[in-house]
Design a protein around this ligand. Structure first.
Ligand code: SAH
Length: 351
């Protein structure tokens, strides 16, 4: 793994590759850029490029811990492992495990994380976790409760663009103006749904083959081993077409094709596709619902009130975190929550 490559070194490597072998796919570009981005620094929080729900307030991870403990108890309190995909700083896991412990649930902890910098931060919150480079090595002998917050949006997306000659994969080349997207040479109609074949030139269709492959594989694990997967991300249902790829730097939008490895590249998660992958894998689907609805149903108002009573000097901060996580203008509506549940497990709370 190219652990500590800098954005400048990455740009030089991509330019060399494009010069020698021709344009690369948007998907390969996004994968290379995010690998360097996450491997080299901690992007989260106020000083970073973006802030995630677990970094807004401890209430987020705690309510997920309550969700897990409730489902586990109603499933008959079996021996389970807690799995988190892309745990960031480990804040969500720390808060969730603390809430689970109050319900007498102390699962083994498995983190799927590629970034060495973030692994080191996660170890501070959860020292006895076991780390994995990918999902293949996760335990196969017991039910898994898997949590993924802002994980699927960071995986590589493929894009296709309609040209006057038909659909082509969207590629990245390098020229006078730096990296720029261009249509590839080979027709890609088979990768684009039939209803789009006659779309207006310039239309873009995107999908996340690697994200959906992970969702399917984990769905099959859950169907077989028991347990559930809780995915929280910003995204949409009933996606038809359109380009949602974006770059974030210091809490502002940046150019997706400038400075690969220096900005966070993400795209909207297609929750309908995620649900379909889970269903074909044999799991039951709950949701998607909005994050505001999910947290509301899980009792965030009561948790905020209890915290405010205990820490009266932090009243305003707690109130504003509550609003930030649930209000429609902030993270409450754009963020969606979906669960895949093993066929014989009970209905999850919150949906
Ligand atoms: N869940 C955290 C962090 C979200 S950022 C939070 O909510 O705060 C995305 C996370 O996914 C980071 O931890 C990043 O290092 C990790 N990640 C990105 N691509 C990955 C991949 N292909 N495999 C494993 N982890 C990945």
């Amino acid at each position: 793994m190219r652990g500590m490559e800098t954005p400048t070194e990455l740009a030089e490597r991509l330019i060399r590759r494009i010069t020698e072998q021709g344009p690369i796919s948007v998907s390969d570009y996004m994968a290379a850029a995010n690998q360097v981005y996450y491997a080299s620094h901690d992007p989260l929080g106020r000083e970073g490029d973006f802030i995630t729900s677990p970094e807004v307030s401890q209430m987020f991870g705690e309510l997920i811990g309550v969700w897990i403990a409730d489902l586990w108890r109603r499933a008959g309190a079996p021996d389970i492992d807690y799995v988190e995909l892309g745990p960031g700083r480990g804040t969500l896991a720390g808060d969730a495990l603390r809430a689970m412990a109050t319900q007498a649930l102390r699962p083994g902890v498995h983190f799927v994380e590629t970034s060495p910098v973030l692994r080191a931060l996660q170890a501070k919150h959860v020292p006895d976790a076991i780390w994995h480079d990918d999902i293949a090595s996760l335990p196969s002998d017991k039910p898994l409760i898997i949590v993924a917050n802002e994980f699927f949006d960071a995986l590589p997306y493929s894009q296709h663009i309609k040209t006057i000659w038909g659909w082509r994969e969207r590629m990245v080349t390098h020229g006078m103006d730096g990296f720029v997207p261009i249509p590839g040479n080979t027709p890609t109609e088979p990768s684009v749904p039939a209803y789009l074949h006659d779309a207006t030139p310039g239309s873009i269709y995107e999908s996340s083959p690697s994200g959906l492959a992970i969702a399917s594989a984990l769905g099959r694990r859950i169907a077989k081993q028991g347990g559930a997967l809780l995915a929280i991300d910003y995204g949409h249902e009933d996606y038809n077409a359109g380009d949602t790829l974006q770059a974030l730097n210091a809490h502002a939008y940046a150019d997706v094709f400038a400075n690969p490895g220096a900005n966070d590249l993400t795209a909207h998660v297609d929750f309908s596709a995620l649900a379909k992958a889970g269903k074909s894998a044999g799991t039951r689907i709950a949701g998607p619902v909005s994050q505001g609805y999910f947290l509301g149903t899980m009792g965030i108002a009561a948790r905020a009130a209890a915290l405010a009573l205990r820490y009266p000097d932090r009243l305003e901060e707690i109130g504003s975190a509550h609003r930030r996580l649930t209000s429609e203008e902030e993270m409450g509506a754009l963020f969606r929550v979906l669960a895949m549940v093993a066929p014989k497990w009970p209905e999850p709370a919150g949906f």
